[in-house]
Every structure is written in structure tokens, then in C-alpha cells.
Design a protein around this ligand. Structure first.
Ligand code: GRG
Length: 283
């Protein structure tokens, strides 16, 4: 019998690699070339201690397909963290959630002011698309056709972050009353949080050369995981408390659905399975 999969060790190694890549690729603020301390404020938020779950999921998807976690794959999946981080910086602004603390530290606008926080978010979002394009250029330097998966990754990232995903979900959250049914909560979660999780897994799959069936299965995993993640987050924050009982059941069902989506994969999908099982334990 094989040893049980050690998720903590896997996460520790992969997270260290992701953080080293973020640190190395983000420009350094050279005082004279950092007007308004923009780069400093981008670094402040991006390099603050986050779980790095989205790039971890992207890497786990590539690993499930037995693809090496080479530089293009690592850069493309790290780009998803830039989009996530921008959304946190903007979400914390007074015009949105008006939060003082994020990742245990003062929010970006509390340190750098509202205007620079808006620009830091803009900078992170645009940089993300630059990184996916650079990853495509790296992957295709000897074979032009190898850029194609990275074009698809660009499309997936735009779809999930924008009007079909996170931005739309945020608009719904701000513009409509809080959900009163599980279906409404699911729809909001799928847009606001789930879309980027799904894209993370699907981008990992696409850049690892997934066959259509593999890609579809991994997208199902990402979708279920993402909505489950938001239910777990709401339960931890006592959000939508009237729905807590149903949210617990939904979290259990969705994580089981995520694990089932991996049925056709062997031991290489152990990190994805273990990530879903860890989420299920929050029910
Ligand atoms: C501003 C366009 C725009 C969107 C904001 C994602 C989002 C929409 C807002 C974040 C607010 C929030 C707390 C959402 C709940 C779920 C969530 C995304 C939590 C934070 O993600 P984690 O737990 O955070 O992965 P870390 O800090 O570990 O990266």
C-alpha cells in the first residue's frame, strides 16, 4: 500500500516556489523610478502572507496531467495570484468593503492612500495578462504552436475575472440584496469567487496540454471547489447566517463532487484530491 499523501509538505514546497517567483518577477522599487510608491504598494499587497491557493490549484492540475512544472506553467499559474490580489486591494477600498486589515496587515489604502491602492490594483491586473503572454512566449520559443494554450489561458483569465465572473459577482454583491436561498448564494459564489478558482484549475490543465475530457473533468473540479470554498468562507465569517445549515450540506456535496470529477485520474491527482478533502473538513 502506498503512503498517504502529505498535503502540508506538498503545499509548503509549492508555496515557497510560488512566493520566490512572485518576489523575483515583480519589479523592485528604485526610489527615483517609483512615482507615488506604486511598485512599493503593489509589492506590499502581493508579497503579504496569502495562502496562494489559486496558483497551487493550477500547479496541482498540471501535476495531475503529469506535466513538468516548468517556467511557463509556473508563470502562467502565478499570474492568477496577481488577479486575486488586485481584487482584494480593490475590495478593501472605502467604496467597497472598507476594510482596515487584510492578511493580518493594514490594507493597501490605509498605507498608501485610496488613489494609489486603485492604481496598485490596476497595475497587478494588467501585469497578470502580461505574465501569461510572457509565459506563452517562453513556452513557444522553439515551436510557435506551443503559444496556443497560453492564448486560451489568457481568454480563460479574462472571462473569469471580468464580466462573466468576478467583476460581475462583485457588482451583484454590491447592487443586489444578500442571497436568501441556496440557489442565489450558489450563483453569487460561482461568479464572485468560483470563476477564478475554476480558471486556475483550467489554466493549469490547458497549459499542461489536457485532452478535452481531462480539461472538462478538471474544470468541473475547479467549479465545485470554488463554490465550496466560498461556502466555507461564509461559514467561517458567519455570513448569510440564515443559510448556514444548508451551506454546510452544500459544502459537503460540492467537495464530494470535486473529488468525483477526478475519478479518471490516478495518483498524480493526489494534491487536487487532498486539497478538496481539506476543504470538506471545514463543513
Ligand atoms: C473588486 C472586482 C473586485 C472583486 C472583489 C474576490 C472579491 C471580489 C473580493 C474579496 C472579498 C472576499 C473576502 C471574498 C471572499 C472569498 C475570498 C476571495 C477570500 C480571500 O481568498 P483567500 O482566502 O485569501 O484565498 P488569501 O489572503 O489567502 O489569498
Amino acid at each position: 500500500m502506498s503512503a498517504p499523501f502529505d498535503l502540508s509538505a506538498w503545499v509548503r514546497v509549492r508555496r515557497t516556489e510560488i512566493e520566490a517567483l512572485l518576489e523575483a518577477r515583480l519589479p523592485q522599487p528604485v526610489a527615483a523610478e517609483d512615482p507615488g510608491r506604486l511598485i512599493e504598494s503593489m509589492r506590499y499587497s502581493l508579497l503579504s502572507p496569502g495562502k496562494r491557493l489559486r496558483p497551487l490549484l493550477g500547479l496541482a492540475a498540471a501535476e495531475a496531467l503529469g506535466h513538468p512544472l516548468d517556467e511557463p506553467v509556473r508563470v502562467a499559474t502565478a499570474a492568477i495570484e496577481l488577479v486575486h490580489c488586485y481584487s482584494l486591494v480593490h475590495d478593501d477600498l472605502p467604496a467597497m468593503d472598507d476594510d482596515d486589515l487584510r492578511r493580518g496587515r493594514p490594507t493597501n489604502h490605509k498605507v498608501y492612500g485610496d488613489a494609489m491602492a486603485i492604481l496598485a490594483g490596476d497595475g497587478l491586473l494588467t501585469l497578470a495578462f502580461g505574465w501569461v503572454a510572457e509565459a506563452g512566449a517562453l513556452a513557444s520559443k522553439d515551436e510557435p504552436g506551443k503559444a496556443l494554450p497560453y492564448l486560451e489561458a489568457t481568454r480563460l483569465l479574462a472571462e473569469a475575472s471580468g464580466l462573466s465572473g468576478m467583476v460581475r459577482g462583485q457588482a451583484r454583491d454590491l447592487g443586489e440584496p444578500a442571497p436568501t436561498t441556496m440557489d442565489e448564494a450558489d450563483r453569487l459564489h460561482a461568479e464572485k469567487t468560483g470563476a477564478l478558482f475554476r480558471a486556475a484549475v483550467e489554466i493549469g490543465a490547458v497549459v499542461a496540454g489536457a485532452a478535452p475530457r481531462e480539461r472538462a473533468a478538471l474544470a468541473r473540479f475547479g467549479q465545485a471547489y470554488g463554490v465550496a470554498f466560498q461556502h466555507a468562507d461564509d461559514l467561517a465569517d458567519h455570513e448569510h447566517a440564515a443559510l448556514a445549515g444548508q451551506a454546510r450540506t452544500r459544502l459537503t456535496d460540492l467537495t464530494a463532487e470535486a473529488v468525483r470529477a477526478l475519478d479518471g485520474f490516478g495518483p498524480s491527482a493526489a494534491p487536487l484530491r487532498a486539497l478538496a478533502e481539506a476543504l470538506a473538513r471545514q463543513a
